[in-house]
Design a protein around this ligand. Structure first.
Ligand code: AHR
Length: 554
């Protein structure tokens, strides 16, 4: 630790190391450089899986119908019924995988309902029909409540193909037998001209196998997916995962992992599953963690503890970020418990659902159940979370932000002919450069952000981030969570010379800033000029900002 600090000091004095000098000077007042970031080029952590930049699409409110699927005969520009603007904007961010059809919806979904001629598909009552969060003004007779099944497996697979994400199916373990799981795999992956299911797929418009690799075996099996005990779920998992044919595709099966910090769920499952060899049939273990409690210790009630997506004070701003920042401990804690039964870590972590979950009231339109505003606070949360996943690239194989459009921490709002991207979208766009890069160990030194939480003092890191290298290109992403302090920072790349650097910053003068149909570009990243040199090294990170520095190594 000390030698790194000494090195930084000598680097700043111009005797060693290389640095980046930011030319741009922001208008807000800054402190003298009180922060440092050291990037250790020779200390790789692992490759950043593109699947860390994955998404989640559930038949919930306005996610599928209106959000993604507008229908082939719609006046809204579409590609085979899929909203064109969304497909194109999503493709730009290089999505890793896209998880569908749920969520809780998955464990009541019959995949066969979404096959055959669209006009003849059955209408089914949606899982979310009785959710207490439905806005009073919402129409309750549309596809958000009585699913027309127009958007089925083939439509979803096309959506994936067009946007560039790999399909990730969540299979129904609560209310369909195991046979239906492998029949769905057969429908997707069996070669043309073989099984009846493959013929059905061809009749639905896809002659060639879809080659689906990722399959979730249930969802939240401790809750809406069946209220199982971990040991009982292990028995179910064994049955569902046994002898599933892959049709030449190595299937990557994902087990329904814990709710946040429930280590006993992880321990119970792994203990039961390991001796029977079941873990050899598991690629990923899915953790779900939402950030929702902004009550500052006053309550842990699921409804009472949430806050408004738009109206929040400084305390609630920090409380939400603090809740999201627990992710790091969740990753390392579950990883350690998994090692008790799987010491060689053949099973990786999948953060199947993550994001902010605010109280109802800021839906982009009434049918968008669980839709919520997305401000700069949410963008900072996204930056903090993605950086955690990058820093744990050796453990986290996939992460799916919840959910893609019109719901929870969305990248998009879309309703009828209106469409816009959110600040979270911009974070994904900026961070895409990390995909496939080698995650590097970094050392951040910055004064913590202190604030009072639950009657005691809490703190967030002054600066947080991650770095990766791909050939000569080094990407450093940094979040400054402080609501009012800019951070002037020295940045040093150890063991390499810097040729040039550029910066892209997402920030606003007010953390409540957000995009809407009326003001779609209120929040967007701005390019900043950066000079690379071996002299003084500073970059000023604006308050409540997310920044990407792209550094070309000599
Ligand atoms: O994303 C909304 C819901 O949150 C999902 O359906 C469920 O898996 C989780 O509880």
């Amino acid at each position: 630790m000390n030698s790194r600090r000494d090195f930084l000091r000598s680097a700043a004095a111009g005797t060693a190391g290389f640095a980046i000098t930011q030319v741009f000077r922001p208008s807000f007042s800054t402190r003298a450089a009180d922060s440092r970031i050291e990037i250790l080029l020779n200390e790789p952590i692992g490759t950043i899986a593109p699947e860390i930049y994955s998404h989640f699409v559930e038949h919930l409110g306005g996610v599928v119908y209106d959000g993604i699927w507008v229908g082939e005969n719609s006046k809204i520009p579409n590609v085979g019924g899929l909203r064109k603007a969304l497909v194109e904007a999503l493709a730009k961010t290089k999505p890793g995988a896209i998880r569908w059809p749920g969520g809780c919806f998955a464990d009541q979904y019959d995949w066969r309902d979404g096959t055959g001629p669209r006009a003849r598909r059955p209408k089914r009552t949606n899982f979310w029909v009785d959710a207490p969060e439905w806005p009073k003004q919402a129409r309750r007779d549309g596809p958000q409540v009585y699913d027309t099944n127009e958007f089925g497996t083939v439509e979803f697979a096309r959506f994936c193909k067009l946007s560039g994400g790999q399909p990730y199916f969540a299979a129904n373990l609560r209310s369909l037998p195991a046979q239906e799981f492998w029949r769905w795999v057969e429908y997707c992956n069996a070669p043309a001209g073989t099984a009846t299911a493959a013929a059905q797929r061809a009749a639905d418009g896809e002659r060639d196998p879809l080659g689906v690799r990722f399959w979730g075996v249930g969802n939240e099996s401790w809750g809406c997916g069946g209220n199982f005990e971990p040991e009982d779920y292990a028995i179910e998992y064994r049955r569902y995962s046994a002898w599933v044919p892959g049709y030449g595709r190595q299937l990557s099966l994902v087990g329904s992992g814990p709710n946040g910090g429930n280590l006993e769920w992880t321990r119970g499952f792994f203990k039961k599953a390991a001796p029977g060899g079941v873990l050899s049939r598991m690629w990923g273990w899915a953790l779900h963690h939402y950030s929702w409690n902004v009550s500052n210790g006053r309550t842990s009630d699921w409804f009472q503890a949430k806050g408004d997506g738009l109206k929040f004070d400084t305390e609630k701003y920090y409380e939400l970020l603090l809740h999201s920042n627990q992710m790091e401990k969740l990753v390392t804690d579950h990883w350690a418990v998994m090692a008790e039964s799987d010491p060689r870590h053949r099973v990786k972590l999948v953060v199947d659902e993550w994001g902010a979950w605010h109280a109802p009231g800021t839906e982009p339109f009434p049918e968008a159940l669980l839709g919520q505003a997305n401000t700069m606070r949410d963008a900072v949360l996204a930056g903090l979370s993605l950086d955690i996943f990058n820093r744990h690239a050796d453990k986290v194989a996939m992460a799916n932000v919840a959910q893609l459009v019109n719901c929870l921490q969305s990248l998009f709002f879309a309703h009828e002919d209106k469409f816009c991207v959110t600040p979270t979208y911009h974070v994904f766009d900026m961070y895409a450069a990390h995909q496939g890069g080698k995650s590097l160990r970094t050392q951040f030194t910055a004064p913590d952000v202190p604030y009072a939480s639950k009657g005691t003092s809490a703190k967030l890191p002054g600066l947080a981030g991650s770095a990766s290298v791909n050939g000569k290109q080094l990407t450093l992403t940094v979040t400054n969570p402080s609501i009012d302090q800019a951070r002037e920072c020295e940045i040093v790349v150890r063991d390499a010379a810097v040729q040039s650097a550029s910066a892209l910053t997402l920030a606003a003068s007010d953390v409540h800033a957000h995009n809407s149909f009326e003001t779609p570009q209120a929040v967007q990243p701005t390019a900043q000029t950066v000079q690379a040199g071996s002299g003084a090294v500073t970059y000023t990170f604006a308050p409540a900002s997310v920044t990407k520095l792209t550094i070309t190594l000599a």
